[in-house]
Design a protein around this ligand. Sequence first.
Ligand SMILES: [Zn+2]
Ligand SMILES: [Zn+2]
Length: 342
Amino acid sequence: MGTGSIEDTRQPDHVQAQINGLHLDGGSSEIIFLGTGSSSGLPSVRCALSPGGGCPCCKEAMSNPDSKNRRGNPSLLIRYRGGKRDNPGDVDGGSGEAKNILIDAGKTFKESVLRWFPKFGIRTVDAIVLTHEHADAILGLDDFRELQTWDLEWRGKALPPPTPVFLSDATYKTLCSIFPYLTKKVDTSKGEFQRMVSQLDFNCVPPLKTFNAMGLEIRTLPVEHGPDCICYGFDFGVRDRVVYLSDFTSISEEVYEVIEEREVSILVLDSLRPDKDSLTHIGLPTAVEIAKRVKPKKTFLVGLSDNFGDHDEFNRGLRDKYGPQGIDIQLAHDGLRIPLEL
Ligand SMILES: [Zn+2]
Ligand SMILES: [Zn+2]
């Protein structure tokens, strides 16, 4: 691990320069990776507390707050300015105001918001999309109230408008047992007490169906995430198309058919380990095979463990190995921002 990686944290310019063929000049929308680590996040507690301070990757992440080796739970923010060019009346009346659509709010949600929202001038989230019911995707929902506008003198008066949440039936069912106070509608006319909690409006979406989040059409892609869980991936964007698959062990032929309907600009893939698959996540070799089959313009990996070592060093190795084969595959990092025409 070289110190160059430490100096190199002020992306996105040098990263964007590598992204060819996307609508970088005219990209009116963008995606921002808020989290790219495994469910434990990096640096890992196990590493940090081990004798000697753990692996070089976690050590560097511990000592450098701006490190690309610091990774929160997988999460993506879509800043959508739909139709700005072609139909100025769409979505935002042509004002250029982005609609912010958040994929997943996990255990590190608060940390990710504090780290990236001020940097990118983001203050609100307009809709939430959930991949699945595990802690690294949902446990930040409690903190979501901090992004909602409450009257400072709030005493059970007007509530903030609920934020739409799009999710599977299975995820909703789990949320009902984990967060009864977020899922149950309070009826104050019956004397029920209204707490100051996140105001959310849950919308269950079936597999392989398209829903509309703030004007952006998003299709659900059900993928197996271990034998006991179906996780949603998401497919969105018209001119630049993004396929986001953050947690999975296998993709069915039915889902491949949908993915292969037309060219993918950005493919985001789970990849817990650099050497092999695990019981609940694919690893790099499988991710490479999927990238070879789907042939996106660019593949980004998320859900990364410290086994990858230093971010920049690993990415150099990926470029050297797969670049000559025409495969553009890289680790994503927290705070990575990519302008797109969605
Ligand atoms: Zn480590
Ligand atoms: Zn999971």
